[in-house]
Design a protein around this ligand. Structure first.
Ligand SMILES: CCCCCCC/C=C/C(=O)SCCNC(=O)CCNC(=O)[C@H](O)C(C)(C)COP(=O)(O)OP(=O)(O)OC[C@H]1O[C@@H](n2cnc3c(N)ncnc32)[C@H](O)[C@@H]1OP(=O)(O)O
Ligand SMILES: Cc1cc2nc3c(=O)[nH]c(=O)nc-3n(C[C@H](O)[C@H](O)[C@H](O)COP(=O)(O)OP(=O)(O)OC[C@H]3O[C@@H](n4cnc5c(N)ncnc54)[C@H](O)[C@@H]3O)c2cc1C
Length: 664
């Protein structure tokens, strides 16, 4: 099929070469080649390809997702993939792999929470798929408040075993992925009791199913929790354990130990057992980038080939991308996807460095990285889901179809604000850190790390620093506005907290009564962080780009900063970081920048380089032939393979013949 001329002209008139930006996103031309080879191995494989999933039943999808997982293992062995390749493969399959919690949580939990002997015993079994596992933490009664977990592991000194039980309905495990039907084992988080003394949440390895028959072991009641909005193939489950006994060495003992005679000891940081969640929060940031890149690609391409209505009366119908309002739906998502790219790259290296320190028992970086990973997981998933919905609607009626490729991406991404810590709760963790830094800054001590800008801002009076028109496209000046706004919102929340406390409210009550302001400050901190990483990316990753490409990536960053101010203008005005005249100029500059970026919109999403066989979209194919692909997809619907469906004879015909009323 030839390329739609409407999309070809977009490529021909772009001011830069997409491939240069693709190399930047991948890190180098060699990395681009390597990724393309991997994506071809996945996309071309009939067992992995997700082409027909929209026509499958729940059970068919589940089975296909198991087969996909197995096939990925084979490809990994055949092509010598490393862990990054494997994680990317899972992401490119949109996590449509039934055992993916085994890979992204079960194995990492053993690695992080187990000691050397436990690594030696369990990791080879898990890595070779001799056992399949889940991460079973959340219960029916508690997901957020981990100190409230009710499943009990009581140590029995006489047999040197833990006895695990579910005292009431609310204490059953509820939600763990792959638990329903696909796991033989679980890393199970339960409250440890020794002689009735509560020793906090600890991780245990518990076998759930017989490895030959796959039947639940005695004392184990397990099953799926029922159909969900999406992620149909991650069989989230429930688990009830009735006095199930496991040997002492099946408590993962890297950070807490129970001796044979029942002595409890702890090593490492207080929250070291929470470290698996931090890793997955980093993975979620990466997923948010990918989902948004997918959505932006589909909708930008569709908007460039869909013609509807006229701008100039009587003139030919225009591409919907030429409507300014459509641009406002599409361009921010492109700019955000690029900002998220820089941010997730930074986060990946930041996590690797800090994890290495933690491995050396240096926990000093833990509070800051907990703040950053919690905040970015929350902020990026909030923004990604909001923008995906805007993008989906920007396709009009066809945005409601499953074959468009964006609907599935959107509803899958909708899980991310909830999993690994509900977003509001995570923002409140960020706020806790903000309040601590505020206290440090107030005493005149230097705040270090991502909030070091607080040192300067807390002392100096604020001026926007926007004097000339050029200042409005100076990303460093714009970043200062964001930093000002974050510090002011933090101070405002801090003042409110203190005021309530001084007026007699206990600290915990004052905290709850300030939590709206606290969350607002935390979001501002996250938004500032993302912008900061975008700007840093310009001078690190983007710096080697040819001038024309660098200019466009720079424009995107300016637009991201300006648009963010227009979206949050209330915060910027209320804190006095800009005045109304400055806001009007910012709005105007943002619109002008959007119009410039529009010219390169298709080339910018092409640079994400997501192949058609992973994109799985009728609307967003590279060739721009959306109508042909929509028609082909409709024709391939199994319901269209018969001219007349059985329901005709059963119900429609009797109705047409007036026979139905006799049965009423
Ligand atoms: C790539 C796609 C992947 C999709 C994956 C899908 C699979 C999904 C899996 C899951 O959802 S698994 C279950 C995830 N569950 C959660 O994330 C639970 C959320 N809750 C928490 O994380 C915590 O309970 C809490 C809300 C952060 C608070 O915990 P708690 O009440 O026990 O803490 P406090 O006693 O209040 O102490 C807070 C104290 O602890 C520090 N802290 C908290 N978490 C961490 C951490 N992860 N690392 C380091 N430090 C942590 C926090 O900073 C506070 O410190 P101080 O201020 O007291 O110094
Ligand atoms: C698709 C999916 C996959 C999952 N996979 C797993 C898995 O593999 N393993 C696993 O263990 N779990 C898993 N979970 C569970 C998930 O981690 C929890 O649902 C999540 O942590 C939220 O906890 P919750 O359900 O208890 O929400 P709740 O805490 O009940 O949240 C409900 C509301 O209460 C608010 N709230 C709660 N506490 C506070 C507070 N302190 N301050 C202010 N507001 C508060 C929240 O903001 C939210 O608005 C999964 C969930 C989903 C949806």
């Amino acid at each position: 099929m030839s390329v739609n001329p409407d999309i070809q002209v977009e490529r021909d008139t772009a001011t830069f070469r997409s491939i240069d930006v693709t190399h930047m996103l991948d890190g180098s031309p060699e990395a681009t080649n390597q990724r393309r080879i991997r994506q071809k191995q996945i996309g071309d494989d009939p067992q992995i390809n997700r082409r027909n999933i929209i026509f499958m039943s729940h059970e068919e999808r589940y089975e296909a997702a198991i087969a996909r997982g197995l096939r990925i293992e084979q490809l990994k062995a055949e092509h010598d993939w490393d862990i990054m390749d494997e994680n990317n493969a899972i992401m490119w399959c949109f996590s449509d792999i039934a055992m993916f919690v085994h890979k992204v949580m079960f194995i990492p939990a053993i690695e992080r929470l187990g000691n050397k002997e436990q690594h030696d015993k369990w990791l080879p079994l898990a890595i070779d798929h001799k056992i399949l596992g889940t991460y079973a933490q959340t219960e029916l009664g508690h997901g957020t408040f981990l100190r409230g977990l009710e499943m009990e592991a009581r140590y029995d000194k006489s047999t040197e075993e833990f006895v695990i039980s579910t005292p009431k309905h609310s204490s059953m495990k509820w939600w763990p992925g792959s638990l329903g039907h696909s796991s033989s084992h679980a890393v199970l988080l339960a409250t440890l009791y020794i002689d009735d003394q509560n020793c906090g949440m600890q991780p245990f390895i518990v076998q759930l199913r017989d490895l030959n028959t796959w039947k639940p072991l005695p004392g184990v009641e397990v099953g799926g929790i029922g159909p969900k909005m999406a992620l149909a193939t991650t069989d989230n489950g429930f688990l009830v354990l009735n006095n199930v006994r496991i040997p002492r060495d099946q408590m993962l003992m890297k950070y807490a130990q129970v001796s044979k005679d029942g002595k409890f000891t702890k090593s490492g940081a207080a929250k070291a057992n929470y470290s698996t969640m931090m890793l997955v929060r980093v993975g979620i940031a990466h997923s948010c980038y990918f989902s948004l890149a997918v959505g932006a690609t589909i909708v930008t391409r569709y908007s460039a080939v869909r013609r509807q209505g006229e701008i100039k009366p009587g003139a030919p119908e225009v591409k919907i991308l030429d409507y300014q309002t459509q641009q406002l739906k599409v361009i921010p998502s492109i700019a955000t996807a690029y900002a998220f790219h820089f941010c997730k790259e930074h986060l990946k290296w930041y996590y690797i460095e800090t994890f290495q320190q933690i491995q050396q028992n240096d926990f000093s970086g833990l509070p800051e990285i907990h703040c950053v990973t919690s905040g970015l997981k929350a902020y990026m998933s909030d923004i990604a889901t909001a923008q995906l919905e805007t993008l989906r609607r920007a396709c009009g009626g066809n945005g409601y179809l499953l074959s468009n490729g964006i609907t599935n991406t959107y509803i899958q991404t909708l899980a991310l604000p909830t999993v690994e810590g509900e977003n509001t709760v995570l923002y409140l963790q960020v706020a806790r850190y903000l309040m601590k830094c505020l206290k440090v800054a107030a005493t005149g001590e230097a705040v270090k790390g991502s909030l070091s800008y607080m040192n300067e801002k807390i002392k100096t009076p604020y001026t926007s620093g926007l004097v000339t028109r050029e200042d409005y496209s100076n990303v460093k000046k714009l970043l200062k506005l964001y930093q000002n706004m974050t510090v002011r919102l933090t101070q405002k929340a801090g003042d409110h907290l203190n005021k309530l406390h001084v007026s007699g409210q206990p600290k915990y009550e004052a905290w709850n009564n300030t939590s709206v302001q606290l969350v607002n400050a935390a979001k501002a901190y996250c938004q500032t962080y993302v912008l900061g990483m975008n700007i840093e990316g310009l001078s690190t990753q983007a710096v080697d780009l040819p001038g024309d490409a660098l200019e466009v990536i720079h424009q995107l960053c300016v637009f991201y900063a300006l648009h963010g101010i227009t979206e949050q203008s209330g915060n910027f005005l209320e804190t006095g970081c800009i005045n109304i005249t400055e806001l009007h100029i910012i709005q105007q500059e943002a619109q002008e920048m959007m119009a410039k970026i529009r010219k390169n919109a298709v080339a910018l999403v092409d640079a994400f380089d997501i192949p058609d066989n992973l994109l799985n979209s009728t609307l967003g194919c590279y060739d721009g032939n959306a109508y042909q692909h929509l028609y082909d997809s409709a024709k391939s619907d199994p319901m269209n393979q018969k001219q007349v469906l059985p329901a005709f004879e059963k119900y429609i015909k009797p109705m047409l013949q007036g026979k139905h009323t006799s049965k009423l």
